[in-house]
Design a protein around this ligand. Structure first.
Ligand code: UDP
Ligand code: UDP
Length: 453
């Protein structure tokens, strides 16, 4: 006989990096507004300062949310250099994965007893055995697109993906090999390949897979997942407005929809040569721009002065029409600012869904990971332009300033992108609004927790 539990208790376990933390944070007000009690388990210490600050804001703004820290043994991975990645965030995934055994006592000690755990996809293979032994439902939050999820779930079973030009996944459109994250095609093992392969396989044992996407953008992919566990599209999750003292004074002085916002996300550094060429291109485009420069993947290592990166002469030219910063800007506030007209993006899934949410058309410049697969989705719905010859961010070829300038002018001169972005924004907000597809899925999920014994 089933009983009801009007105040289910759900624990959230995010992984490393803002792109993995932010969607978890965005779930919180949606759950608390339905009387769900929340505990957030935070791997400690965080790799980046931005994660640490974001968590502080979260716990200040939501005092009813319980915080539990998962203390990580550092320094990481010295024992097995062969499994290390060039990317400190993938290495941190691996450290958190190896600390999963610490979860069992933590999860069992929470009161009232948990109804379910929601775990980041990068931790699925090490956390599912623990929740299985505790008989605790475990939902995996996949923080990228549904199309990327199809690759994640199938990759472990693919027969020599390097040997083919297209990756065939039953039910889905083939994916060109050139869009597959390069570490997955390496012969050597690396932290990304390990988590991708092991978690993709194990995730099939989860209670459900949550994805920050929605039907009108990825309906075809969502329909193609036809075996268990259920794939539950709950996005695009709306940004949360924390109290901030961010000064956007420069933007406030610019005309409406006149500024190109340029950012490569929270964890992507571009080469110094490419930084100079991009500066040159932005200046030559003649457009106004707001550019967040990143020289290092991890923010706490990013210490070089802007002028030393760009050079004094170019810096003077940049200042004529542009604003360049090296600090963290709250992107959701930037994208919602009336002066922002376009977004040059590295195609992180959060960045793309935020731009869609705010109706901002995009120039797509995927750098690594899932970003080419994401770029294709945005290009298809007519909201962005992708110059495929620019390649991955760490390719040896530097895209020249003149080419960047021409592309920026072409993209910003095409009003069709803006018209389409307004329509897509409307669809996205409908999906998440009352009666929308994602709204219904999330409510059904919460109701299922309330009906569980
Ligand atoms: N972000 C931000 N300010 C910055 C850089 C990034 O607010 O200067 C936020 C951005 O809005 C997004 C997240 O950090 O929510 C980055 O996630 P995404 O998936 O776009 O890319 P990643 O950083 O994981 O590559
Ligand atoms: N940190 C920092 N600047 C901040 C917040 C944190 O440099 O604004 C550093 C902090 O010194 C620590 C790491 O980030 O080494 C982890 O921060 P967390 O908040 O997880 O730990 P705490 O500061 O609470 O000990």
């Amino acid at each position: 006989m089933s009983t009801s539990n009007l105040n289910p208790h759900i624990a959230l376990l995010p992984s490393a990096g803002m792109g993995h933390l932010t969607p978890f944070i965005r779930l919180i007000p949606l759950l608390t507004s339905h009387n769900v009690k929340i505990t957030v388990i935070t791997p400690h210490p965080t790799l980046s300062i931005s994660e640490s600050e974001s968590l502080s804001e979260l716990f200040t703004s939501f005092p009813q949310v319980t915080r539990k820290q998962l203390h990580l043994p550092l320094p990481p991975l010295d024992d097995e250099p062969s499994s290390k990645s060039q990317d400190p965030f993938y290495n941190r995934f691996e450290v958190i994965r190896r600390s999963s055994h610490l979860l069992s006592p933590l999860l069992s000690s929470l009161t009232p007893p948990l109804s379910a755990l929601i775990t980041d996809m990068s931790l699925a293979s090490t956390v599912i055995p623990i929740t299985n032994s505790l008989q605790l439902p475990n939902y995996i939050f996949f923080t990228s697109s549904a199309k990327m999820l199809s690759l994640f779930l199938s990759f472990h079973a693919l027969d020599d993906p390097k040997a083919k030009d297209f990756i065939e996944i039953s039910g889905f459109e083939p994916i060109p090999k050139s869009w597959i994250p390069p570490p997955l095609l390496d012969d050597a093992n690396n932290a990304m390949k390990i988590y991708f392969t092991e978690c993709g396989k194990k995730m099939k044992e989860s209670s459900g897979i949550l994805v920050n996407t929605y039907e009108s953008i990825e309906g075809e992919s969502l329909k193609a997942f036809n075996s268990l566990p259920p794939v539950i599209a709950i996005g695009p999750l709306p940004p949360i407005k924390f109290e901030r003292n961010q000064s956007l004074a420069w933007l406030d002085d610019q005309p409406a929809e006149s500024v190109l916002y340029v950012s490569f996300g929270s964890r992507t550094a571009i080469s110094r040569e490419q930084i100079k060429a991009l500066a040159d291109g932005l200046v030559k485009s003649g457009k106004r721009f707001l550019w967040v420069v990143k020289d290092k993947k991890v923010d706490r290592d990013d210490e070089t002065e802007l002028v030393d990166l760009i050079g004094e002469e170019l810096m003077e030219r940049v200042k004529e029409k542009g604003m360049v910063v090296k600090n963290w800007l709250n992107q959701e506030e930037v994208l919602s600012h009336p002066a922002v007209g376009w977004f040059l993006s590295h195609c992180g899934w959060n960045s793309l869904t935020e731009a869609i949410w705010h109706g901002v058309p995009m120039l797509l410049w995927p750098q690594h990971g899932d970003q080419k697969i994401n770029a294709d989705l945005v290009e298809r719905i007519g909201v962005g332009m992708w110059v495929k010859s620019w390649g991955w961010g760490d390719s040896v070829v530097v895209v020249k300033g003149d080419e960047i300038a021409d592309t920026v002018r072409e993209m910003t001169g095409n009003e069709l992108f803006r018209l389409r972005a307004a329509q897509v924004q409307d669809d996205a907000r409908k999906a998440f609004g009352e009666g929308g597809s994602s709204y219904d899925r999330l409510n059904d999920l919460i109701d299922s927790w309330k009906c569980s014994p």
